[in-house]
Design a protein around this ligand. Structure first.
Ligand code: ZN
Length: 464
């Protein structure tokens, strides 16, 4: 059992920074104060002088598993073990995994199957978000049972034929989620617009991935986001718009927030740093993500949303593929291998590019990447907080360390980082997950299978 005192660090929460010692006993924080007395000989002391102590990052949106039927060329490179390693090395102690059902599997079946894999493989703690496809009465009836089993989220993809044909069933699902105090995570892109646009472009000989951004126009995101907001308004259900990419879609959410609707928005690093010009580069296909990269004006609007609070969280949507998968010459705007790996570098890059550049404060950094996520996903204050009684998920962070991102240092089995060669300032030195030191001296020192499937409570609304 852990007995640790962290001394002399500067604690950062979503609301303040202060100097104090932290005592960890077992999995929990048991005391916070000045010059804590050593309680017994076995207590390990860590001097964090000059360093920050942050609550462990919580990335609510990653892809680390797929059912067996998905063909090899589309499978993720990471599993719960390698994904956990990437996360912990980057200061993230909790992950939310988008869990795709096996054929005909019900949400409870997905929860059970994924839980077994996680118990074997994970090192980080994991939240499961069951994806709903091909809804039936049985599947709908299971939604409240998910909540009873500590799973307080569902994931809906609007960008499918199934959604277009059966949107009434999805409205029922969102209503059922609301009634059980759950959060509905929604991928907002309009399937019809994307399909029509892509078909037309291919017929005109414009199917190359260089033109990828045009195949999923901003309007397809705006229309779908409007529809999601309508579903929120109709039901009163809290909705969480994943990976929002455009100014237009953000405006739809902001207008809803002004009317006090519980519309929450997830930002994504790639949309904060890069624009659609990437697709024109020789290896532009590496940057194919859904939705696509947008214009400079969108990037600017998203940063404003982050600063002003209309964007509530930042998540990677870590969806790892190898270079070979991403650069397959057979791919085009209708045959995609979308997704990119970002878990290990999200926090250091956000620290370097946003906190140190004065775009956001350290407190805001913690709010976006830990506290707000814990609240929305039913984990607060067990996680997302540095409080007596909270899980000892802590990151000892050196705000001054400069490190160059290198492919060879990535734990993701994707085997590369799109940011290879970039130098960023501010990196985790030690990561502690539920009292256990799991990352130190740039090495993962914990066993797979030590991560837990998290039992979550109801979603907490945030003030807009
Ligand atoms: Zn995703």
């Amino acid at each position: 059992m852990s007995n640790i005192i962290l001394r002399n660090g500067s604690i950062v929460t979503d609301t303040k920074q202060y100097k104090a010692d932290i005592r960890i006993v077992g999995e929990k924080i048991t005391e916070i104060g000045f010059k804590l007395k050593k309680s017994e000989d076995k207590e390990q002391e860590i001097d964090a002088k000059g360093l920050l102590i942050l609550p462990g990052g919580i990335d609510p949106h990653v892809h680390l598993s797929l059912p067996d039927y998905v063909p090899k060329e589309f499978r993720w490179s990471d599993d719960f073990e390698s994904g956990s390693k990437a996360a912990l090395a980057g200061g993230i102690t909790t992950l939310g995994c988008i869990s795709v059902p096996d054929q005909e599997e019900t949400p409870l079946g997905t929860l059970e199957r994924e839980s077994k894999t996680i118990q074997k493989e994970a090192i980080a703690d994991i939240m499961i978000h069951p994806v709903l496809f091909n809804l039936t009465e049985e599947k709908l009836a299971e939604i409240p049972q998910l909540a009873e089993k500590g799973c307080s989220t569902i994931k809906i993809f609007m960008v499918t034929d199934d959604f277009d044909a059966n949107s009434g069933d999805y409205l029922k699902a969102i209503q059922a989620a609301k009634d059980a105090n759950m959060l509905s995570m929604i991928h907002c892109e309009d399937n019809t617009i994307i399909k029509e646009t892509s078909e037309k472009m291919i017929a005109e000989g414009k199917g190359s991935l260089k033109n990828y951004a045009d195949s999923r126009p901003v309007i397809s995101e705006v229309v779908a986001t409007q529809k999601a907001v309508e579903m929120c308004e109709e039901t009163g259900a809290p909705i969480y718009v994943v990976h929002l990419s455009s100014k237009g879609a953000l405006q739809v959410c902001e207008e809803a927030q002004k009317r006090s609707l519980p519309v929450y928005v997830e930002g994504r690093p790639i949309f904060l740093y890069l624009t659609r010009e990437e697709y024109l580069k020789p290896e532009g296909a590496l940057y194919v993500v859904q939705p696509p990269l947008r214009e400079k004006s969108d990037v600017k609007a998203l940063w404003k949303g982050v600063q002003q609070g209309s964007i509530h969280t930042i998540a990677t949507d870590h969806a790892p593929h190898t270079r070979e998968q991403k650069l397959n010459p057979d791919l085009n705007i209708s045959k995609l291998v979308p997704g990119i790996n970002e878990l290990q570098v999200m926090l250091p890059m956000l620290h370097s590019k946003a906190v140190l550049k004065g775009k956001i404060t350290l407190e805001k950094f913690v709010e976006l990447t830990s506290t707000n996520v814990a609240k929305l996903f039913g984990l607060y204050p067990k996680k997302g907080a540095i409080q007596v009684g909270s899980d000892a998920d802590l990151v000892i962070w050196d705000p001054k360390e400069e490190r160059v991102i290198k492919d060879a240092d990535m734990h993701s089995q994707a085997g590369f980082s799109m940011y290879d060669g970039q130098k960023h300032t501010g990196w985790p030195q030690i990561t502690i997950r539920r009292g256990e030191i799991v990352y130190k001296d740039r090495k993962i020192i914990a066993q797979s299978g030590t991560g837990q499937v998290l039992q979550r409570g109801k979603t907490q609304t945030l003030s807009n």
